[in-house]
Design a protein around this ligand. Sequence first.
Ligand code: ZN
Length: 154
Amino acid sequence: MKVQDAADDARSVDAVPGCPLCDGTGGVQVWRDARCRVVLAPEPFAGFCRVAWNRHVKEMTDLAPDDRAHLMRVVFATEAALRTLLSPHKMNIASLGNLVPHVHWHVIPRFADDSHFPQPVWGERQRDARPAALPAGFLAALATRLAAELGASA
Ligand SMILES: [Zn+2]
């Protein structure tokens, strides 16, 4: 298993200075290939992952159809792995990019007692609640499931 939280080879020739997803991985990397990566995001929600395109691309339709399909396959593999590992009440999947216009998808397990449910994680806080603790070995288990579905992490 390869878990990285440094930018290292995430940089590409068309990186945009100041873009957080060009300057770094965006979290603890759990899987990557030549085109995209999955990270555990530093957010106050248990298991909040992001799938980011490695190169700086603004919109989904800037990607070639095959690349677009590949990215969604990784998003759905991430959703499936998180469902299996965390048994959330609901999964939220979103692509906004208003603040960071570099193609990425949020893949967020939601729990009925999380701080914002049923609002979006960006919506109004509903209650005082800390993120649920992740099960022991969560990162390794997530990496293993993604590698089994998508191929070995590069
Ligand atoms: Zn970027």
